[in-house]
Structures are given as C-alpha cells and as structure tokens.
Design a protein around this ligand. Structure first.
Ligand code: ATP
Ligand code: PRP
Ligand code: MG
Length: 298
C-alpha cells in the first residue's frame, strides 16, 4: 500500500522499544504515542511509526510494506534464512548499525554437564527461537540435532525435560544462571540496526530519509564521543594528544598569566578511562574535565 507518509516499523514493547523511541525523538521527531495504538503519528514530519512484534519487522521491510525498520540483527538474520528457504525476497539496505540491543545468541547446557565442543550435541534436543541460525551453525560443525521450537521461556526447557540444551539470547548471563545453565558457545553477535526497503522510495520520502540520516549519525557519534578539556605543559602536547583517541586537531589556547601551560580542548571518539586520566596527570596535565556531547554535525 502506497502512503505519502514515511513508515518506520519498530518494536511495540520489549528490549528495543524505549531506546528506539528515544533515538527517533532525539532526531527531532515529535511522536504522538498512545500505548494502545499500533500506529503513532509524528506530529512535525510526514512519518508514521508502526509498533509491531520484532519478529515481523524484517518481513515488513523486505515486502516493502514499511519503508524503514529498527530490529535486532539476530531477528533480521533468522528471518533472512527462513525467507530464503521459502523463496521469498530477502532484500533490504542497512542504513546504520545502532549502539543498543547488544546481545549474543549462544548455546547453553545444564551447569553440571561437561562441555567438549559442539560435537557433544550430536543427536541432542536443542530448544530455541532461532532454528535457522542454529541449524546453520551446527551444519557448519557437521553436527546433527533435534530442534525444539519455543517462542519464549526457552531457558526453562532443560529443567522441564523438553530439551537437553538451549540456544538463546544472552546479555548479562543472569537468566541462564537463574535457570541452572551455562553458556558454552556463542553462535551470533547482535545489535539493533536500522534498515530500509530495497526498492527505490518516492523522491519526497527519500529526501526525508536523507534529512534524518545525518541527524541520526550525529546523535550516535555524539553518544560515542566526549569533549575533553585540560591544562597541559607546552612541552608535552604531542604525548598528551597521543593518549586521546580521535584528538588529531586539538584546540590550543593560552592561559592568562601562565607561559608554561596551555588549555587544550579535544573531541575524543571514545570515553576516557581512569587509567588514561592517570597517565595524563603523570604527564603534567591538570584540571582535566570530561563532558558528554549532546549533538554533533560535521
Ligand atoms: N538481554 C538483552 N539485552 C540486550 N538486547 C537484547 C536482550 N535480549 C534481547 N535483546 C535484543 O532485543 C530484541 C528484542 O528482544 P525482546 O526480548 O524484547 O523480544 P521478544 O520477546 O521477541 O519481543 P516481541 O514481543 O516484540 O516479539 C532481540 O531480538 C535482541 O535483538
Ligand atoms: O543474559 P540476560 O541479561 O539475562 O538476558 C537474556 C534474556 O533477555 C531476553 O529476554 P527478555 O528479558 O527480553 O524477556 P522475554 O523472554 O520476554 O523476551 C532473552 O530472551 C533472554 O531470556
Ligand atoms: Mg519476538
């Protein structure tokens, strides 16, 4: 269905919802969101946000039902494999990998069991929501297994006697531990990603995407960067710069009444660890301030 408004699909409720909504808001979208509504209107731009189950997002983009989607790479890759097997279109464009939704798809077994590699799962029943990613991994290892498809509560499957092992998402590992399981093999690492339908968009919609992308890029870059201010001995400027990632072009300013030191301001592409601060201090730097950056545009 053709609409004049750009359609963006994102997860309705779950791990990616808050961050995705916050990211779009930070790009200037005023989202009129009502919890019970599946479509949220953006008040100040011709954009509609479709709030759906995350599993549906890759298909909506690949079928061109929505223009953009924010989804975990794990779900994207799993859907690709599933659609490939069904002979459906798997085309899309990745616009930007995002900085949230970090997790890994891993194999886990009961804590008391000994792990001697993927081959120890030969013939095992493995519970998962990601049968295609699991099949691909174990096929590469030459291991045959019996998939047990579960769409939730995968971690309880071994205790419930439904499976011998599981293949599920892990972040802190707390859920595995709470269920008496241990992570033994990572099979896929994932983050949230912004994707676009493969077919060409009408010019006005593409113009809107082209307007939003530098804002998104700027927000993500700002989140990854820090503004660092410090006083430095003039004869140690090169050594101090070398300690600050992305500080090729520092701003150097004279300090009133001090001819031996200068003020140095840099945008660093990474957060500054305490260890680096201590090294800066050892080189004679003082008054070191590390500030977050709200927005950036190059
Ligand atoms: N513990 C985690 N930490 C960080 N990101 C995660 C974590 N678990 C999952 N994710 C990412 O967030 C996505 C959504 O996870 P969530 O658990 O909300 O999915 P769901 O239960 O399948 O939701 P839905 O109801 O939309 O189908 C996952 O596909 C993954 O990319
Ligand atoms: O390693 P951890 O930090 O414990 O995270 C892993 C858990 O997080 C996700 O579920 P979520 O909590 O989103 O709930 P869900 O099962 O309802 O999807 C995932 O499916 C795991 O169960
Ligand atoms: Mg889901």
């Amino acid at each position: 269905m053709e609409t004049k408004r750009l359609r963006i699909a994102m997860q309705k409720s779950g791990r990616l919802s808050q961050d995705s909504q916050a990211l779009l808001k930070s790009c200037g979208l005023k989202i009129n969101l009502r919890e019970d509504r599946l479509i949220a209107h953006v008040e100040n731009m011709p954009i509609d946000i479709l709030r759906v189950r995350d599993d549906d997002i890759p298909g909506l983009v690949m079928d061109g039902v929505v223009d953009l989607g924010i989804v975990g790479e794990n779900v994207l890759e799993e859907t690709m494999l599933e659609r490939q097997a069904l002979g459906l279109s798997v085309e899309y464009k990745t616009l930007r990998r995002l900085d949230y939704g970090d997790c890994r798809l891993s194999l886990a077994i009961p804590q008391e069991q000994v792990w001697s590699g993927p081959e120890s799962l030969a013939g095992a029943r493995i519970a998962t929501t990601y049968p295609n990613l699991l099949k691909r991994f174990l096929a590469e290892q030459g291991v045959k297994f019996k998939p047990v498809m579960l769409t939730g509560s995968v971690e309880v499957a071994p205790r419930a006697g439904l499976a011998d092992a599981i293949c599920d998402l892990v972040s802190s590992g707390a859920t595995l531990e709470a269920n008496g399981l241990k992570e033994v093999q990572v099979i896929y690492r994932s983050k949230a990603t912004l994707i676009q339908a493969a077919q060409e968009l009408p010019a006005d919609k593409q113009a809107l995407v082209d307007k939003l992308m530098p804002r998104l890029q700027g927000m993500l870059q700002a989140r990854e960067s820090k503004y660092i201010m410090l006083h430095a001995p003039k004869d140690k400027l090169a050594e101090i710069s070398a300690l600050l990632p992305g500080a090729e072009n520092p701003t150097i300013m004279d300090l009133a009444g001090d001819t031996n030191h200068v003020a140095m301001h840099v945008v660093s592409s990474e957060s500054l660890f305490w260890e680096t601060m201590e090294k800066l201090k050892a080189l004679g730097a003082s008054s070191i301030l590390v500030l977050p950056i709200e927005k950036m545009m190059e």
